[in-house]
Design a protein around this ligand. Sequence first.
Ligand code: ADP
Ligand code: MG
Length: 245
Amino acid sequence: MPLDANGAFLSFRNVKKSYDQKTLVVKDFNLDVQKGEFITLLGPSGSGKSTVLMMLAGFEGVTSGDIVIAGQSVTRTAPYRRNIGMVFQNYALFPHMTIAENLAYPLRVRKMNKAAVKDRVNEYLRLIEMGSFGGRYPGQLSGGQRQRVALARALIFEPSLILMDEPLGALDKKLREQMQYEITRLHEQLGFTVIYVTHDQTEALTMSSRIAVFNDGVVQQCAAPAQLYERPSNAFVADFIGENN
Ligand code: ADP
Ligand code: MG
């Protein structure tokens, strides 16, 4: 695949979004992401984080600007052709399908042959340390196990990008910490590229290679966690990063 001129795998270029043709909820968003990075959009509720992910996934159009993946504009590409995996807070598994069938689903819709599907499903069951759970139904699993299966289902077709929108928001503290560790482990092991959205400073600081601090539709600062912490570029970043919740 051709690389972008600046070497980035994913670029947002002057992306703007208005839902009502009056107010911009995303204002001139620019971001370059290298392959394998774990980038977090961190910002308060209503700052436009989910809107950025929806435009990247293709579920919302951009009002102006361009989104480029692997050197190709995808701004007008249909969602299913962007090869993006997604995990949301309520990314429910299909309750009437077994865990193995849930994992096989994204491969089936992509017309992978049966033998390859079976191998890939077993590989990912082992990867999330649930090798013997393939025959169970979602209702028979704990909340944490269901989360791991949802994560595996987003990864299993080896998308070029993974988007996660507050995936741990509904979990209690202990489970949230376990899943942070699990996501970090899988990221290190598999090397996928992640755009992660959260309003939780601690989560962002622990997991990310870089954090884009977002407020009111604008990136306030984009830097590695230590740099943000030590050298915030303005008062908003300093206050927001300093808050501990
Ligand atoms: P965040 O994910 O940071 O909480 P959002 O991207 O969901 O922020 O929302 C940013 C702004 O856009 C908010 O003011 C929200 O009300 C508005 N918004 C989000 N989605 C829609 C929509 N589908 N239609 C109209 N307004 C929306
Ligand atoms: Mg949101």
